[in-house]
Design a protein around this ligand. Structure first.
Ligand code: GTP
Ligand code: MG
Length: 211
């Protein structure tokens, strides 16, 4: 029987508003980035199987700090504040840049960045700039297309094909998911297992061939 990769234990560590509040850089980290309201926090809750561990926005632009979650004692999942919220005051946008860029450029333990986009929208300049920026920093990138539950199967397929033509060539195939239904989550966990061992209780070999 196929063994599903899963995170066994997840706990909130800290909400950092400045770099001095980051936890010691001792464990590999996977950061979650994307436009405000795209579902970063929801997706992290789904990955950690904890519905309310990460606060989900009732209004866009809610997450203003960098939030660290410890999973299975040997990796952090890191929720970044969303970009592109038009109504955010200039001061907030400036703070976002300082905090997020400082983290992405300076944190030595980042194993990769999950860039989340809405499957119903074509990636725009901001999404593409983020990908180029992370690539220039030599960060490993996974693109995730969230909210697949909002599209019918044929529309989903068409959207993925279309988005693939827009994404830069250094991006591997995007992973369609739904934080709401859990669709695509095992595939995403499988991809993340390349860089952090998510299943300490079972060996890698147990998962080989599962997708
Ligand atoms: N239908 C559907 N709704 C989703 C999905 N993922 C997130 N949402 C909804 O989208 C809204 C935003 O979700 P969040 O997880 O707070 O988004 P975020 O990217 O963390 O937002 P910020 O913290 O503002 O950057 C919430 O109302 C979620 O319930 C999904 O896969 N499907
Ligand atoms: Mg959030």
């Amino acid at each position: 029987m196929a063994t599903f990769p899963r995170i066994n234990k997840a706990e909130f560590v800290v909400s950092a508003f400045k770099a001095s509040q980051f936890p010691p850089a001792t464990l590999p980290e996977i950061a979650f980035a994307g436009r405000s309201n795209v579902g970063k926090s929801s997706l992290m809750n789904r990955l950690m199987e904890r519905r309310r561990l990460v606060k989900v926005s009732s209004r866009p632009g809610f997450t203003q700090s960098i939030n660290f979650f410890l999973v299975d004692q040997y990796a952090y999942l890191v929720d970044l504040p969303g970009y592109g919220f038009a109504k955010a005051p200039k001061k907030v946008i400036h703070r976002w840049h300082r905090l997020v860029e400082g983290y992405l450029e300076g944190r030595p333990t980042i194993a990769g960045v999950v860039c989340i986009m809405d499957i119903r929208r074509e990636p725009d300049r901001m999404d593409l700039d983020l990908l180029e920026y992370l690539n220039a920093l030599n960060r490993r990138i996974w693109v995730v297309l969230n909210k697949t539950d909002k599209l019918s199967q044929p529309k989903r397929k068409r959207a993925i094909l279309r988005i693939r033509t827009i994404l830069p060539s250094f991006i591997e195939s995007p992973i369609p998911v739904s934080a709401k239904t859990g669709q695509g989550i095992p595939e995403l966990l499988n991809r993340l297992r390349d860089v952090i061992e998510i299943t300490p209780s079972t060996s890698r070999a147990d998962h080989e061939g599962y997708c």
